[in-house]
Design a protein around this ligand. Sequence first.
Ligand code: UDP
Length: 235
Amino acid sequence: MKYKRILLKLSGEALMGEQQYGIDSNRLIQYAQEIKEVAALGVEVAVVIGGGNIFRGVQAEQVGLDRVQGDYMGMLATVINSMALQSALEKLGVYTRLLSGLNIQQVCEPYIRRRAVRHLEKGRVVIFGAGTGNPYFTTDSAASLRAIEIEADVVLKGTRVDGIYSADPEKNPDAIFYRNISFKDVFEKGLNVMDMTAFTLCKENGLSIIVFDMNTQGNLKRLVQGEEIGTLVSM
Ligand code: UDP
């Protein structure tokens, strides 16, 4: 196995599938299945899932709510998604634990780093809910932060696109696809991989990121087995 411990970041939006809002059950099952296959290989899997399919903090101001309140609402949205993923995994017979950055003790364990690592060592899929537990951050930042804390080998950012291009490939047919790119080049070219906080955390801690297409069946498994899929961002 190329990676022993991974942190998989999934966006909330991806969970919508073809819908405009909420959780698409087919997509949820598909993701759970992909995660199960990877865990079955003996890879330790941690997951951070976004909340954009339900609520984002920036939306709060548009509807006259306080931004910080909106961010907490966004964090709760990630807990809803995390609970859905946990259930889907359990249905497939995968042992999971949901650890939350906000204390919601009836449904999640509190996030405690040592406990997270112990769960991983025992082969449980660990889902980190509620982002970092702080407003003004994103779940990309939570993914970077948690990955560093648990000493993951890599952050796998599952998206709808197959990697990083020099420009939007849907708008620009001349866009160049990058198989490998350095943090420095991503920064200098102004490419959009993660928000700057998340990106900087990875860069400063030498944590590689792979952006890949999570919607192609088997991609996650191929990646952990060492196939070159997506774009690798590294030092
Ligand atoms: N959020 C936050 N702190 C965090 C993580 C998330 O305040 O550490 C809030 C923020 O408002 C964000 C929302 O939760 O917009 C949902 O997360 P995100 O936008 O990252 O989800 P995604 O785009 O991955 O679906």
